[in-house]
Structures are given as structure tokens and as C-alpha cells.
Design a protein around this ligand. Structure first.
Ligand code: SAM
Ligand code: SF4
Ligand code: SF4
Length: 340
């Protein structure tokens, strides 16, 4: 297979593809799929609208040929889609895709499922967990799933050989900042990497309220006061999380300050929605219909690669940067649809 490196108008390569496999989820996180918008009457995508695993694999192969090295499966909740391991197997077989991972709420990550995914070729897993006390966590997931169920999922992933595990905690002011230290203490010394993510007002579900954002710099200060940390060099250029290491050898944490310190300048990420629409920015309001290209237009592999190259070459998204510079409000797409 021919491997090219394509660059966008701001000289950013294409390295990273996030693949959403479903718009459904068994949680109703208040900042992502709030009940008032995703209630019993919400129309999720019918099955035929979703890309099949074969179609996803085909698109992923085209991306890898253009320079993508990291493939991440996400959702909605990816584990609600039937036989996800089949997709994992297809993606693991793509030569040149060095890194294959999954982001999940882990509530359905049984020991068997973790083993099956590992055996299919999954390399790493990121688990989302926003608090360690049931009161706060249930208020966030809004479906009554207790913390213990997610911790079990993490243990199952570890036992299956998916460690080190990344644990993502979205911090929203007034909701869970009191959980920052308990989470840091809990994962300190476990080998898992806790990553704090600034809450983003993505999607029409979240109003434009910068006050709800708890800045990464304050998270670092809070942790440093009790568990001293020092910065660590990035693993690779353009790494989104700023890395920090505990001075006592208790491992490392990450801080993702998407709102207060935007990283558009090195953003090499494309996002494929469950129905096959490609977005070149998390905040894009419109995307490109790849499903049409492969189903109706019957594009060949070569045509698909050329189409993707042309899209990436004209990309100039830098929403967070523009927003940080101008403090203007721009329209936004939903996170559960585009996959975070
Ligand atoms: N359901 C899976 C999960 O929760 O891990 C995967 C999809 S979820 C959309 C991917 C990530 O986006 C999660 O870590 C979630 O916490 C994060 N997320 C969702 N809405 C967010 C928001 N408004 N601000 C910051 N992160 C958000
Ligand atoms: Fe579901 Fe993940 Fe969104 Fe929570 S963050 S509602 S678990 S997709
Ligand atoms: Fe990338 Fe868009 Fe986020 Fe900037 S706002 S870092 S371009 S996804």
C-alpha cells in the first residue's frame, strides 16, 4: 500500500482518526446526552444508516494510506454495538496503523468482553470516570450506574492485558471539582494514567458558559499542593495531554486544557461519525458524506484516497483558537454524535 503524508492549509498532517460506531449510549451524562434532549422520544440512527464494520475498515484503510497512525473507536458508547470485536479485528489487520484503542464508559466491560477485544487486537483502552463517589457519579451519568461497576470494568481490562489504562475525568465547575483529589489519590501508584479534561461546551446541549469550565492550571495547582508533580516531555509532537509526573514515583497524570489552552496548531485529528460523515474539527457544523462516496458513488479505493486528500488539503479549522482569541460564540455539533 502506498503511504503518503498529506498536509492541511496550516501544514498539519493527518495522523489520528476517531471512529464513532454508534450514536447510542446506556448513559445520559449531563454534559453529553442530557435527558431533556436524549429522552424516550429521541430518534437514534436506524441500523441501515450506520456504516457496517466492513465499510468502516475500508475507510480506515484509506486514512492509513494517507498517514493516519492512530485509530480510536468511540461513540456514543461503542460497547453497545453488537460484536465490536469484529471491527477491532479488521482494524488490527491494517498494515501501518500502529495504535488501536477504544474509549468507553466501561459499564459493560465484562472479563469475557475485555479478553475478546484484546484477542481481536485491541491494544489500549481509555475509560471515562468523572467521580469516585456514587452520589456525584450517578448525578452525572443519570442512569444510576455506580462507580464500582466502572472500576470493575477497569480491573477486567487490566486482567485482559489492556494496561496501562487511561482514565478520563471531565471536570465541570460546580459539579465534580471536589472529586479531583480523591481521583488523583485513588489512581496514584496504580500504573493507570488519570487524565483531567476541561469540560467543553460542545453541542447545542451545553450553553455557552465559560464559567462552567474548571481550568487545567487550577487542576494542576490543586494536585501539586498535596501530591507534588513536575512536567514531563510529550511522548510525541502535538500530544494533546500535558504530562505530569508525581515526584514520589507514583506515576503520571495528564491534563487536557482544550478550552483554556487550545492546541489547534498541532491538531492532526479527523472524526468519522457513525453514519459515515467525516468532520475535520470537533466543532465543525458540517461534514463530508463518505457513506455516499462508498455506497452510492461507488468510489474505488484510489478515488476515496484522492477525495480524502482533497478534503484534508483544504482544511483550515481552528475553532478553539478562534474562540479563545475572540470570545465569540460559534454553532456546535453534539459530542455523542461525533465521538469526543
Ligand atoms: N461513551 C464513551 C465514553 O464516555 O468514554 C465514548 C464516547 S464519549 C463522547 C468520549 C469522551 O468525551 C468521554 O471521555 C467523555 O467524558 C467526553 N466528553 C463528552 N462530552 C464532553 C464535554 N462536553 N466536554 C468534555 N468532554 C466531554
Ligand atoms: Fe455516553 Fe460517553 Fe456521552 Fe457519557 S460521555 S453520555 S458515556 S457517550
Ligand atoms: Fe482540532 Fe478543531 Fe479542536 Fe482546534 S478546535 S484542536 S482544530 S478539533
Amino acid at each position: 500500500m502506498k503511504n503518503e503524508t498529506v498536509q492541511d492549509r496550516l501544514a498539519r498532517p493527518l495522523r489520528d482518526l476517531r471512529i464513532s460506531v454508534t450514536d447510542r449510549c446506556n448513559f445520559r451524562c449531563i454534559y453529553c446526552m442530557p435527558r431533556h434532549k436524549f429522552g424516550a422520544r429521541h430518534q437514534f440512527l436506524p441500523r441501515r444508516e450506520l456504516l457496517s464494520y466492513e465499510e468502516i475498515a475500508r475507510v480506515a484503510r484509506a486514512f492509513v494510506a494517507l498517514g493516519v497512525r492512530k485509530l480510536r473507536i468511540t461513540g456514543g458508547e461503542p460497547l453497545v454495538r453488537h460484536e465490536l470485536e469484529r471491527l477491532v479485528r479488521y482494524l488490527a489487520e491494517i498494515p501501518g496503523a500502529a495504535d488501536l484503542s477504544l474509549t468507553t464508559n466501561a459499564s459493560r466491560l465484562t472479563p469475557e468482553k475485555a479478553r475478546i477485544l484484546r484477542n481481536a487486537g485491541l491494544q489500549r483502552i481509555t475509560v471515562s470516570l468523572d467521580a469516585l463517589d456514587d452520589r456525584t457519579f450517578m448525578a452525572i451519568n443519570d442512569v444510576g450506574v455506580p462507580v464500582a461497576q466502572v472500576l470493575e470494568g477497569i480491573e477486567n481490562a487490566e486482567a485482559a492485558g489492556l494496561a496501562p489504562i487511561k482514565v478520563n475525568m471531565v471536570v465541570k465547575r460546580g459539579v465534580n471539582e471536589h472529586s479531583i483529589l480523591p481521583m488523583a489519590r485513588f489512581f496514584h501508584g496504580t500504573g493507570h494514567i488519570l487524565r483531567f479534561i476541561e469540560y467543553m461546551d460542545v453541542g447545542q446541549s451545553n450553553g455557552w458558559r465559560l464559567n462552567d469550565v474548571f481550568p487545567g492550571s487550577e487542576i494542576v495547582e490543586k494536585i501539586h499542593a498535596e501530591l507534588p508533580i513536575e512536567p514531563v516531555d510529550p511522548n510525541y509532537p502535538g500530544e494533546v495531554a500535558k504530562r505530569w509526573r508525581y515526584l514520589d514515583g507514583g506515576g503520571e497524570i495528564g491534563v487536557i486544557s482544550s478550552v483554556t489552552q487550545p492546541f489547534c496548531g498541532s491538531c492532526a485529528r479527523a472524526r468519522l461519525s457513525a453514519k459515515g460523515t467525516l468532520y475535520t474539527c470537533l466543532f465543525a457544523t458540517s461534514g463530508y458524506d463518505l457513506r455516499h462516496q462508498i455506497r452510492e458513488a461507488r468510489a474505488s479505493d484510489e478515488q476515496l484516497r484522492r477525495y480524502l486528500t482533497s478534503l484534508w488539503r483544504k482544511r483550515q479549522d481552528r475553532y478553539s483558537q478562534i474562540r479563545a482569541d475572540n470570545t465569540i460564540q460559534l454553532p456546535k455539533i453534539e459530542m455523542s454524535y461525533i465521538g469526543g
